[in-house]
Design a protein around this ligand. Structure first.
Ligand SMILES: Nc1ncnc2c1ncn2[C@@H]1O[C@H](COP(=O)(O)OP(=O)(O)OP(=O)(O)O)[C@@H](O)[C@H]1O
Ligand SMILES: [Mg+2]
Length: 295
């Protein structure tokens, strides 16, 4: 694809993260990639959840190799990527592998280096990561140019989302986060969530995440999982599918803006993490201060 200036679009790498588990990262990642495919883009989805990988399940795939095989030096990346459709490649991971692979700085750099030559044909590379602030998540997320933190409106998810941003800010100096609010049930819930999270971040962390959009709670999402056929294919007109398409349009705009500012070259960041920032004394939870918005 070309951008408005007639240049080929660069590749935007996106880490999809959450503090709390089960907030919808994997569903969102896969369906965002499919929404982008509808818009003529090609995406590579890397299943970066080395504990409980799921992308293959949502697609009904039975891959022969996994990202763990690459990290352990048992396979080459080019043999692992599954071409699911013209606009979607998947690098699967193994679920429930007995020995949990620890991503080291060295293996993360090797992954960045090995992925780089394959990214030329892709407009987006998504890293679907495990929930939590574990070391593997921190290592893998440091590869991506953009970090999307997914939350639901539930106070526990919100608290964990704040904690995730706080930890990544402290360990990597990350301050540029985008947020998606998933499983919104009522009018006003999305605005309340954004206000509460944004307020806590700007007050205690010194930055505010950008809001990329919300996805309504929709029974079609779970039905699609049971069918092992992605939402955008099984229920293309569902509420959640429409919301996901709106977020995909925002991602296209984000990429264009980042490319125009020269922020996408190279697509993956291989530099070691480790910068310390000033947020170490921030409170553990967003709700500790009674003057927080919505508190
Ligand atoms: N918008 C939505 N409406 C209704 N159900 C949803 C929605 N989004 C996700 N779900 C459901 O939530 C569950 C968890 O989704 P998913 O596996 O994508 O979350 P996750 O964040 O990747 O989980 P994990 O942290 O375990 O990796 C699934 O059963 C899915 O069907
Ligand atoms: Mg998941």
């Amino acid at each position: 694809m070309e951008n408005a200036a007639g240049r080929p679009s660069a590749c935007l790498s996106i880490a999809v993260l959450s503090g709390k588990g089960g907030v919808g990262k994997t569903s969102l990642t896969l369906n965002l990639a499919l929404a982008l495919e509808e818009a003529g883009e090609r995406s590579l989805v890397v299943d970066g959840d080395l504990g409980l990988a799921n992308i293959d399940v949502l697609l009904g795939l039975a891959p022969e190799g996994s990202l763990q095989d690459f990290l352990l030096g048992r396979a080459k990346l080019e043999d692992l990527v599954v071409a699911v459709s013209p606009g979607l490649g998947v690098l699967p991971a193994a679920s429930g592998a007995e020995d949990l692979v620890a991503v080291t700085e060295a293996s993360r750099s090797l992954l960045a280096e090995s992925l780089a030559p394959h990214l030329a044909g892709y407009g987006f590379v998504f890293l679907d990561l495990g929930a939590s602030i574990a070391a593997n998540v921190r290592e893998l997320s440091s590869l991506a140019r953009m970090k999307i933190a997914v939350t639901t409106p539930e106070p526990t998810a919100l608290t964990d989302c704040y904690a995730l941003m706080k930890v990544l800010s402290a360990s990597q100096g990350a301050s540029d986060f985008a947020c998606i609010v998933n499983s919104v049930q009522e009018e006003g819930e999305e605005a309340f969530t954004v206000q509460r999270l944004g307020g806590a971040c700007s007050r205690f962390l010194g930055f505010e995440p950008r809001f990329l959009g919300a996805v309504r709670q929709d029974p079609a999402v779970a039905k699609a999982v049971c069918l092992r056929k992605p939402l955008l294919k099984s229920f293309p007109e569902s509420m959640a599918a429409q919301d996901i398409r709106a977020i995909a349009r925002r991602l296209l705009a984000e990429r264009a803006s980042m490319q125009a500012r020269g922020l996408l070259d190279p697509p993956l960041l291989g530099a070691p993490a480790g910068r310390r920032s000033r947020v170490q004394e921030a409170p553990e939870q967003p709700g500790e201060d009674a003057s927080l918005p919505g508190a």
